[in-house]
Design a protein around this ligand. Structure first.
Ligand code: NAG
Ligand code: NAG
Length: 308
């Protein structure tokens, strides 16, 4: 029962994305990849392949995460700065997958915007933490709350300082929307720093989704265990997926692009043999706290802080 409930919890967070995936599959949009398959400057490489030069910069958050930020080398930036931020389990290279003509980033650039891309803490292209190891529990102890209040605030201030501007435009996909809404609520002074905000599929009020009953069903089970059981690196859901690897793979397989070998994916470095196979959703690459936070806002119908 508990096993089932946990699998359902994680499925819950994946299922809406699976629909989006079905659409994107046709253009072989490799939108979710194993973070260990990504070289740290993947965005710069894609930009370069498409004929654009970029600067790769580092922004340190107040709590010590080292975020990677890219800026397309501005040629005519009369129209202001635009910051694009990715969704859960992605990095800034997601903005290039449609290629030179179709990608929003390139259209903005050609129209005369100063285009920037940021990467959340622990995202594949970020550089980790100044003290915490990637395998430590504390490294993954965050949700979209921290991505908003710590990461986006640091990146926004960095860009405004670098460009000498007082405002910027923000475009966020999926979790970036939750993160920005958390930032603008928690630190209202950031509202003044926004020239405009475009949120693509922002998850905030989610109680009417088709899986909300699962989110509510898991509630009593969730309370049986201390929080540490969920978020640590050897958390129960991760252990369950190690034991039931095939089941987890078939559950999450839809979220992966099986044709990724011919896409932007780079060679996977040989890891320990107990890793899930290539093409499987790997719970070790995601903060479980994010998934639980989403489960909570689905169950409660409120856009609220994490409930311990
Ligand atoms: C990406 O990083 C590699 C290794 O550090 C480097 O050789 C390469 O020039 C970089 N590519 C770009 C486009 O920045
Ligand atoms: C990659 O493409 C080649 C030919 O286009 C094909 O034969 C091969 O099966 C593809 N590999 C993957 C992993 O899709």
């Amino acid at each position: 029962m508990i096993v089932l409930a946990f699998l359902l919890t994680v499925l819950l967070s994946g299922a809406p994305q699976a629909d989006a995936y079905q659409v994107r599959k046709e253009i072989t949009f490799n939108w979710i990849r194993d973070s260990r398959n990504v070289i740290r400057n993947q965005t710069a490489i894609l930009l370069q392949n498409h004929g654009y030069a970029s600067d790769r910069l580092q922004v340190r958050t107040d709590d010590g995460y080292l975020l990677t930020v890219y800026r397309m080398q501005p040629k005519k930036s009369g129209l202001g700065a635009v910051l694009l931020h990715h969704g859960i389990r992605q990095s800034s290279d997601m903005w290039m997958f449609l290629g030179p003509k179709r990608s929003l980033a390139y259209q903005l650039y050609e129209a005369g915007y100063d285009v920037w891309f940021s990467n959340s803490r622990a995202s594949p292209e970020s550089e980790g933490h100044e003290r915490l190891d990637r395998d430590s529990d504390h490294y993954w102890d965050f949700s979209f709350h921290e991505i908003g209040t710590e990461d986006l605030s640091a990146v926004i201030d960095y860009i405004l300082a670098a460009t000498g501007r007082t405002t910027l435009h923000f475009v966020g996909y999926s979790e970036a929307g939750s993160a920005l809404l958390a930032l603008l609520s928690e630190l209202p002074e950031y509202n003044k720093k926004m020239a405009s905000v475009e949120l693509i599929a922002p998850p905030a009020f989610m109680q009417y989704g088709q899986f909300s009953w699962i989110a509510r069903m898991v509630e009593p089970i969730r309370k049986l265990f201390p929080w540490s059981v969920y978020y640590t690196r050897d958390a129960l859901p991760t252990q369950i997926c190690t034991l039931f690897r095939n089941e987890c793979c078939s559950l999450f397989g839809q979220m992966n692009d099986n044709g990724a070998g011919n896409g932007t994916r780079t060679q996977r470095s040989p890891g320990p043999s107990n890793r899930p196979q290539d093409g499987c959703f790997d719970l070790e690459d995601v903060s479980l706290k994010q998934l639980e936070h989403y489960r909570q806002i689905i169950a409660s119908g409120r856009f609220q802080q994490f409930n311990y």
